[in-house]
Design a protein around this ligand. Structure first.
Ligand code: GLU
Length: 461
């Protein structure tokens, strides 16, 4: 079998969101899991809507998720000469023809067809046929080039997601493949690229399913067999609408900033339209081992942020403390905080109760910067009755060894001296030292905290 070659071909017309980047994940995974090649192609021919900022987010987002490409990025705008050369060849080979029908004439034709309840389509007025007299060429009008779509018969393919699809050629009119100024149109560029880049598998969103029969016909006219197609069902947002920037989809890179892990995102996105039995949590390596085109889902997948957070939490828990350090440090830097050698142990102590690295950094912050206890929690736990107890604890903590066992002993002795139970002391200490009453076991937390800071926070009560 020849080497698998897949591509991701985004249009940089808005900041890429999770629904779009899933269309990068599958072709990437298919290439990686088959020892193939993954190509990045930027479809930037819509000059008005394309932007460099959108290209940057695509490249940054893919880099963050580890969706590395082997070839490219190729930019369609830099390939115009190639498209024009192929067009010239097609014109010479009678595969395309000039059409001089004006916009007004096309509008009139459409209205007539609609009135007759017919599907609006170009009627082939300028298509040359043996023995057919073409209308006189109007003066000063630049023609479009139309592709001579085959007449009669069907164009069919076995879609890896949707199964067999057959379209009658008579449903397809002769597509405009070059504008009056000679610039090539979208479907044509895609085919030239897929041929030149020797793409074997086109894995893309099913909003392109209607383009596929036209593209297949252009492939064949150019003497090439089309690739395998897999059209992925849409990704819906939480409201059940097609995910899009217009209805609030976030750029992919925002998830990085919100503390999501690349492997967790890959895991979550992989499951959004593909399955491996009941497996919900898996590593990147497992995904690549399991991925194939046979288990792509047929129905639309719905984004669920709660599930994403859960998947992220599972990956976060499974990470080593050391591996979390650079990620949490980055988040701490954004809070204006510099971590130190305690950070791995802080990560270890708190990772089980966090679902993002942002949440983990918020805990870590209490070790490096002032805390502001919630006034209600202060009022509830730090009462006049507990102040003498806190004073005893301060005295004991001031000169004990600074490790978990010694701290636990100091707490125990304080409780015994005042005849209290653990929560009566632990709650106010947590609120004062960590800013909240919900923390892991007190001795473990205090041990990681600086003694002088603990004493100062308790004395400030
Ligand atoms: N540029 C197209 C898009 O962003 C993808 C075209 C393709 O994959 O063939 O929807």
């Amino acid at each position: 079998m020849s080497t698998v070659r897949t591509r991701f071909a985004p249009s940089p017309t808005g900041f890429i969101h999770l629904g779009n980047i899933r269309s990068a994940l599958y072709p990437w995974a298919f290439a990686r899991s088959t020892g193939g090649v993954f190509i990045l192609r930027i479809e930037d021919t819509d000059l008005e809507r394309s932007s460099q900022a959108a290209v940057d987010v695509i490249i940054e987002g893919m880099k963050w998720l580890g969706l590395d490409h082997d070839e490219g990025p190729f930019y369609q705008m830099q390939r115009m000469d190639r498209y024009k050369a192929v067009l010239a060849g097609m014109l010479a080979a009678d595969l395309v023809y000039p059409c001089y029908m004006s916009v007004a004439e096309l509008d009139a034709l459409r209205e007539k067809q609609m009135a007759a309840k017919e599907k609006p389509r170009y009627d082939g007025t300028w298509r040359p046929e043996p023995g057919k007299a073409l209308p006189p060429v109007p003066e000063g009008v630049k023609p479009v080039l139309r592709f001579k779509n085959p007449q009669g018969g069907v164009v069919a393919w076995d879609d890896k997601v949707k199964g067999r699809i057959e379209i009658a050629n008579d449903e397809l009119d002769d597509l405009v493949i070059a504008r009056p100024d000679g610039t090539p149109t979208y479907n044509f560029c895609v085919v030239v690229d897929d041929i030149d880049m020797a793409i074997t598998h086109v894995i893309r969103g099913d909003d392109h399913v209607n383009n596929t029969p036209r593209q297949i016909n252009i492939f064949r006219a150019l003497g090439k067999e089309p690739p395998v197609y897999a059209h992925l069902p849409t990704v819906l947002n939480e409201q059940g609408e097609k995910m899009s920037k217009r209805n609030g989809a976030k750029p992919v890179t925002q998830y990085r900033d919100e503390g999501y892990l690349p492997d967790a995102m890959v895991n979550y996105l992989a499951r959004l339209g593909w399955s491996h039995g009941d497996d919900e949590i898996f590593s990147r390596a497992q995904f690549l081992e399991w991925f194939n085109l046979d288990h792509l889902g047929r129905s639309a997948a719905q984004f669920d942020e709660t599930k994403l957070r859960w998947v992220n939490a599972q990956h976060l828990k499974a990470m080593t403390d050391e591996a979390l350090v650079p990620l949490v440090s980055q988040q701490l830097e954004k809070l204006g905080v510099r971590a130190d050698a305690r950070l791995p142990r802080i990560c270890g102590l708190f990772k089980d109760r966090c679902d993002t690295t942002v949440a983990l950094a918020q805990w870590a912050r209490a070790f490096y910067a002032d805390v502001t206890p919630h006034p209600e929690e202060l009022a509830q736990h730090v009462t006049d009755a507990v102040r003498p107890v806190l004073a005893t604890l301060v005295a004991r903590l001031a000169d004990c060894a600074w490790d978990k066992a010694a701290i636990a002993a100091a707490i125990k002795a304080t409780l015994a001296a005042h005849g209290l139970k653990m929560p009566q002391l632990a709650m106010p200490v947590r609120v004062l030292v960590m800013g909240t009453a919900q923390t892991p076991s007190l001795d473990a937390v205090l041990e990681l905290q600086d003694r002088q800071i603990v004493l100062a926070r308790l004395q400030g009560a």
